[in-house]
Design a protein around this ligand. Structure first.
Ligand code: PNS
Length: 158
């Protein structure tokens, strides 16, 4: 059984994330979306809210499971019995950071491989921080996120 973890902050999940989730889910038997709960940071949405949004967005993708995790990614990957980590690459600027972590994770956990999926061009500019910035200024975020996420963002900033 091929199990993969797609980790991230997902604060909030964007259309770019959803695209990666759908593509990765087709490549593996089971995909665990790992929502990072970092107790030293204050995200816009709590881990529970992010997990709930992802669960709603991923309804209809049968082999996807949403969980949150704290601590090291390698520990979570092993807890999930996964051997693959999925990450999206938007641009060269992502690459250096991602390569560094992929390589160091492999030293700690040699059975784990990082699989990079190149973001579709229409999402290459998109990030959760851009979405939060637009939303905080009451900008139109409908092109960037699923409708239910747009609703939750409006509620946050109202
Ligand atoms: O969506 P993000 O914020 O780019 O995701 C970053 C994430 C969650 C993949 C990364 O911060 C992470 O794995 N953090 C857990 C701590 C850890 O293991 N760090 C080293 C590996 S990246």
């Amino acid at each position: 059984m091929r199990i993969a973890v797609y980790p991230g902050s997902f604060d909030p999940v964007t259309n770019g994330h959803v695209d990666i989730i759908k593509r990765a889910a087709k490549m593996v038997d089971h995909l665990v979306i790992g929502v990072l709960h970092n107790s030293s940071k204050t995200p816009l949405f709590s881990a529970e809210e992010r997990v709930n949004m992802l669960s709603e967005v991923c309804q209809g993708i049968p082999n996807v499971e949403i969980r949150h995790f704290e601590g090291l990614l390698v520990d979570f990957v092993m807890e999930c019995n996964a051997t693959i980590v999925v990450r999206g690459l938007r641009a060269v600027t992502d690459f250096e950071y991602e390569l560094q972590w992929a390589q160091s994770n492999r030293i700690v956990c040699p059975q784990m491989d990082t699989m990079f999926l190149v973001t579709n061009v229409q999402y290459s500019y998109l990030s959760s921080s851009v979405v939060r910035e637009y939303a905080s200024h009451r900008g139109d975020i409908s092109p960037f996120v699923p409708p239910l996420v747009a609703e939750r963002l409006k509620e946050k900033y109202n």
